[in-house]
Ligand binder design. Sequence first.
Ligand SMILES: [Zn+2]
Length: 318
Amino acid sequence: MAMIRRRSLSLYYIPLSIFAACLPIFVNCDDNLNRTSSTPINRDLYHSSGDLMEMIKNLVHRHPDKLSMETIEAGNKGYNAEIRVVTYCHRRKDSDDRSKIRILLSFGQHGRELITTELALRILSILSEEQFLPNTNPVSLNSTLDELVIKVVPMENLNGRKLVEEGDLCERRNGRGVDLNRNWSVDWGKKEKDYDPYEENPGTAPFSEPESQIMRKLALSFDPHIWVNVHSGMEALFMPYDHKNTTPDGLPSQRMRRLLEQLNKIHCQKRCMIGSGGGSVGYLAHGTATDYMFNVVRVPMSFTFELACVMHAHNFLH
Ligand SMILES: [Zn+2]
């Protein structure tokens, strides 16, 4: 379990603010997909998955001092998946230094949420200093980055994303029809009255899906202090729980809420919905990654961030 040491909340705020500062860049992009549309993917807005992964691979090769990349594979009953993981550490040789703050970021868990992987690329470009954040002091940014190890999963659901790119524009599930954000073990399989198998199929058992198995293994071995599951469809910064209409008790929960309030005020002009996913979004979600990270992996700062574009948010689940 990753303990929050006696450090100021600002040390957690700053890395998240790097992230949040990137969010508004995408807020004004056009809705690109909807359930009945035959409109092709707008390539002015979104790279293909192949191009994105190639760009990320090249970025890693240009910055071997800071970035490294590994591929993790898994399979179950004839269905295989692979996930790329990029590790950022200011001085790469220190990436196993357990005194640093560990951050795990995942993008593209739902195939149709194309914009999230664009954000992953941008964040990696900023971390490698090929792009810069406006209004940020590079000296203080660098001294903060020196304290961090960040693992980025740019495209958690590559198989689902390929289905979208082949024309099934509203597919959010993985390559065999399972919602990867319902396949985790906390409150797994419970179905609400409005359960829609097209959208929310939780799989045959918790962690039936190779993608979820890989992510669980990664989280348990890395033991992050901060987890952010990045989705798109609304302007929201969520904390646990997704499966019930409350937030956890105690100090960690208060700290999460304070961080989200700060991020919302400074980077989102207070437009973002904040609070528990289950209490804010209008429906409960069972078997989600963020509830597992908080309850089981004991990640003290566990979040789901939602970017506001790509889809008509109010019609779709996150
Ligand atoms: Zn989503």
